[in-house]
Design a protein around this ligand. Structure first.
Ligand code: FAD
Length: 373
């Protein structure tokens, strides 16, 4: 009997559990899920927590019952290190494995900007969202959001909607070193439309300006301009999950290197990485975007390869990211009444449909996992 360990219970981890269960792998083998807090977070609605359109119970679900139904035992811990014989947990325990799927997501990148980590709040967890909501509720004159990618743009939309609907008067400033919102998507029309919607809603955009330092009163931009703020949100990019691994297994940003079968080099085909945590070298200049749908697709490929290996067959399933900056297919909401859908390099539609799509997906996860916590 082999032991298969899934690390993380976000989109990738939950999909890995579901598929391993469906394939009957956990009837013949031991399956473990390492899940800090034993919970799944529906991340696309974190900005809606800040604006109080949703509450935490609407987007945070227990994974315990779901995992048990699929033949898993849940370990409430996190993995700090992976070596060739065991996963080292934060508690210090060593968990042996035959196969592991690392689905531990990503963490915020601060690029060594002085003060950024200490003086900002992120938007990557329910705790981040609740903290920011409290700050805004406590009364602010200005919120500075560093990062005009899709998380920054969605958050700006929610804060502007909240301001309008509650008759508040704070300023929302979006800062980015890139010249346009959503520039990394690689769809110019989407950037133009996002700028128009944001400006129409009343955002102030300070783009093409790098933040060089952050302190408790605001941010300083390249060239010395200071922007004071009562709340600073840092959503300027991601790095890997921060799990210790042998040399060569991770790139310079800590993302876990994988081959097309999603195997991490140096582990003899026994460790896989999926979702935001993974870094697959693809065509030059085409970067896979860190999106939930890619986490699901990669988890399915990794699980099939593990099932093949358990049957003595070669791991032959290959993963090809579909959502890249060369082929973006991304929808985002900018408050409840606006949004952008970017299809490919040149089509962008202004629409609020993502609100409906995400609400449908949220309900699907609520049903799948069996209720809120
Ligand atoms: C505000 C926001 C809005 C977003 N909106 C969208 C959207 O509209 N559409 C879209 O497709 N994508 C969206 N994304 C991106 C999407 O959330 C990610 O691409 C997706 O969550 C990746 O799934 P994952 O399983 O790789 O990681 P995650 O879903 O982040 O899950 C990681 C899991 O690993 C656990 N974990 C972390 N570290 C450890 C460790 N050391 N040991 C064990 N477990 C660990 C975490 O607790 C968590 O359970 C959004 C993200 C954010 C932050």
């Amino acid at each position: 009997m082999a032991r298969i360990v899934v690390v993380g219970s976000g989109f990738g981890g939950v999909e890995a559990v579901r598929r391993l269960g469906q394939l009957g792998v956990c009837e013949k083998h031991e399956c473990l899920l390492v899940s800090p807090g034993k919970r799944f977070v529906y991340t696309p609605f974190l900005p809606m927590i800040v604006s109080s359109r949703y509450s935490l119970g609407d987007i945070v679900f227990s994974v315990e019952g779901f995992a048990l139904r699929h033949g898993f035992t849940v370990v409430d811990d996190s993995v700090s290190e992976v070596d060739t014989s065991a996963l080292v947990l934060s508690s210090g325990e060593r968990l042996g494995y035959d196969y592991a799927v690392i689905a531990a997501g990503a963490s915020p990148a601060y690029y060594n900007v002085p003060g950024a980590r200490e003086h900002s709040v992120g938007l990557y967890s329910p705790e981040d969202a609740a903290r920011l909501k409290d700050m805004v509720r406590g009364g602010v004159d200005r919120v500075v959001i560093v990062g005009a990618g899709f998380v920054g743009v969605e958050l700006a939309g929610e804060l502007l909607w909240l301001r309008e609907s509650r008759g508040l008067s704070y300023e929302v400033v979006l800062v980015d070193m890139l010249g346009e919102p959503l520039e990394l998507l690689g769809n110019k029309m989407a950037s133009v439309k996002a700028r128009r919607v944001l400006e129409h809603l009343g955002a102030r955009l300070l783009l093409g300006r790098r933040v060089v330092s952050v302190d408790d009163k605001g941010v300083v931009l390249e060239g010395g301009k200071r922007v004071n703020a009562d709340a600073i949100v840092w959503v300027a990019g991601l790095r890997g999950p921060g799990i210790g691994m042998p040399r060569g297994s991770q790139d310079a940003k800590g993302f876990i290197r994988v081959d097309r079968a999603l195997r991490v080099p140096g582990f003899g085909g026994r460790v896989y990485a999926v979702g935001d945590a993974a870094r697959l070298e693809t065509k030059p200049y085409c970067l896979a975007l860190k999106m939930a749908r890619e986490a699901l697709r990669s988890a399915r490929v990794a699980v099939l390869n593990i099932a093949l290996s358990l049957s003595g067959l070669p791991a032959r399933e290959e993963y090809e990211p579909r959502i890249t900056n060369c082929t973006p297919q991304v929808g985002l909401s900018i408050g409840p009444e606006s949004g952008i859908v970017a299809l490919g390099k040149s089509v962008a539609i202004e629409s609020s449909m993502m609100n409906y799509y995400h609400e449908k997906m949220r309900r699907t996860y609520k049903r799948l996992l069996g209720g809120g916590i």
